[in-house]
Write a protein that binds this ligand. Sequence first.
Ligand code: NAD
Length: 324
Amino acid sequence: MQRGLFSEVFPDDVRGRLAGLVDAPDAVLPHLGGTLADVDVLITGWGCPRIDAAVLDRAPRLRAIAHAAGSVKGHITPEVFERGILVSSAAAANAVPVADYTISMLVLAAKSVPRRVRGYASGGWPDGPRPGVPSPGERAGLGDATVGVIGASRVGRLVIERLRAYGVTPLLSDPYLDEHEARALGCEPVELDELCRRSGLVSVHAPALPETYRLLDKRRLGLLPDGATLINTARGQIVDTDALTDECVSGRLNAILDVTDPEPLPAGHPLLGAPGVWVTPHVSGARGRELRALGEYAVGEVERFVTGRPLRGEVRFADLPRIA
Ligand SMILES: NC(=O)c1ccc[n+]([C@@H]2O[C@H](COP(=O)([O-])OP(=O)(O)OC[C@H]3O[C@@H](n4cnc5c(N)ncnc54)[C@H](O)[C@@H]3O)[C@@H](O)[C@H]2O)c1
């Protein structure tokens, strides 16, 4: 993994736990070279090179790979699965800060905070006659909002749990869930077009896949009610940036985007100055002290592996076409 992050993902106590389970070098492998000859379990992280047939040929004992980050698609090749090597990802641990970011932004969006911040900064008292006095009949707060969740992914499910704690029954669009499963999560299952038509707040949690490329295109964005807010922490490619830009620059829609297409947006991009838009620079995933949860998760997987228990975050080859 990227050397600089090693001690944050694996602080001393997490490394100590690992050392109690296996014979572990107390450092990052300098490269995927000859050092792999004796390795049974490989822990990987952001920045890991591709583990292809040539690498695997040098790792004849390798039986499991625990990834201390999210998607494994950047480094795990089909050969890994073909050789029967178990693969696990800490995506479930990385989902927690993304869900926390999302729920924070949903709470703020329900009160039109980004738009009001912009309005306030440009002068004057934006709403109502007196500070702190609500406007009669105003809809504000999550309890007043219809929230649409796109994707009952690991992040999506945590967001749904948090929304349930606020008493919200989200609309859910996910082609991989049947009606019964969606209702068991506490959601109302709907087709994506209906979700767009009915939701004042829409949060995107689907993976970037060929089928989700510009899932929110000009037509679907056009279905969103006036004043709706789109929150995207998933991947920029899922939203048609030009169409969203037109809708936000005109002031009809609002957006809170942690991911964009392209990423980063070029300086001066019209979305960055649109009235109800906040763009954050891909910060919702694990950072700082949140990173240790990824190391803890990976070490937990090693423990499960060496004690013969099933992995919690196992990635199956057959699931790759529908996961992040
Ligand atoms: N901003 C960040 O830092 C950050 C961090 C972590 C994850 N992410 C992104 O968040 C998203 C969710 O990540 P995850 O690990 O929870 O994903 P995941 O792998 O758990 O998602 C898989 C699930 O998504 C659902 N899905 C698949 N296709 C769908 C579709 N067409 N419409 C609706 N739902 C669909 C299915 O239920 C599937 O099982 C991904 O796009 C991921 O890249 C971003």
